[in-house]
Design a protein around this ligand. Structure first.
Ligand SMILES: Nc1ncnc2c1ncn2[C@@H]1O[C@H](COP(=O)(O)OP(=O)(O)OP(=O)(O)O)[C@@H](O)[C@H]1O
Ligand SMILES: Nc1nc2c(ncn2[C@@H]2O[C@H](COP(=O)(O)O)[C@@H](O)[C@H]2O)c(=O)[nH]1
Length: 204
């Protein structure tokens, strides 16, 4: 029987660098994951492309997807919907390939309930001050939105104990190395568990 792929969930507070780290993960020549492109009702930022960065949807279209059960998880985040297409994730995992999700914490909590065997990684900023200066430095949010995102971040950080691993994003390359090492270790662990059971069956 073909072994299922591993679901890797990268989450953490807004502005910590999830998007930056995810892009760096996928820019490594040895990256073996499939990225699940999310749906959102947020307007595209400059340079963002439909079907590459997100599938951009209207509120009505998104609510229809919810009704039809097409989302593995979804969340309303700072005034917009974000969600993960369930069919893509399931089909890719079934085909034996690893799927990488980069999502906020409410969605990660829902995925944990549905796919508890996934690998959940929480990306941490070196400090709250550094987090705020990253959000401000990105220059994509108004002062009000920055305030909302910092408020949300404080609550999100409290949920870090629900994750399998916490990775500090002090430096993007180091964070990618840590994530890759964790994924590799998780693959070795599941191979060892499978091997142990095969050996047990041989003895019996
Ligand atoms: N290790 C790092 N050191 C310094 N700056 C960083 C680091 N990682 C990311 N940044 C910067 O922090 C800002 C926020 O990063 P990014 O947009 O990737 O965060 P995010 O967690 O995806 O945010 P959101 O959840 O709001 O989408 C960007 O300007 C990015 O260049
Ligand atoms: N619950 C989900 N959260 C998602 C998904 N895709 C992205 N996100 C997260 O939303 C915020 C805001 O993103 P931005 O692009 O507007 O800055 C960020 O934390 C993303 O990680 C998703 O499918 N589900």
């Amino acid at each position: 029987m073909k072994e299922k792929g591993l679901l890797i969930v990268l989450s953490g507070p807004s502005g910590v660098g999830k998007g930056t780290v995810r892009q760096a993960v996928f820019s490594r020549p040895d990256a073996k994951f499939e990225y699940s492109i999310s749906m959102t009702t947020r307007k595209p930022r400059e340079g963002e492309r439909d079907g590459v960065d997100y599938f951009f949807k209207s509120k009505e279209e998104f609510e229809q997807l919810i009704k039809e059960g097409k989302l593995l998880e979804y969340a309303e985040y700072v005034g917009n919907y974000y969600g993960t297409p369930v069919d893509y994730v399931k089909e890719t995992l079934e085909s034996g390939r690893d799927v990488f999700l980069e999502i906020e914490v409410q969605g990660a909590k829902q995925v944990r309930e549905k796919i508890p065997e996934g690998l959940f990684i929480f990306l941490m900023p070196p400090s709250l001050d550094e987090l705020e200066s990253r959000i401000v430095g990105r220059g994509t949010e108004s002062v009000d939105l920055i305030h909302n995102r910092m408020e949300a971040a404080r609550k999100e950080i409290e949920l870090m104990s629900l994750y399998d691993y916490v990775v500090e994003n002090d430096n993007v390359d180091f964070a990618v190395d840590r994530i890759n090492a964790i994924v590799q270790a998780e693959h070795c662990r599941s191979e060892r568990v499978a091997y142990k059971y095969i050996k047990m069956l041989e003895v019996d």
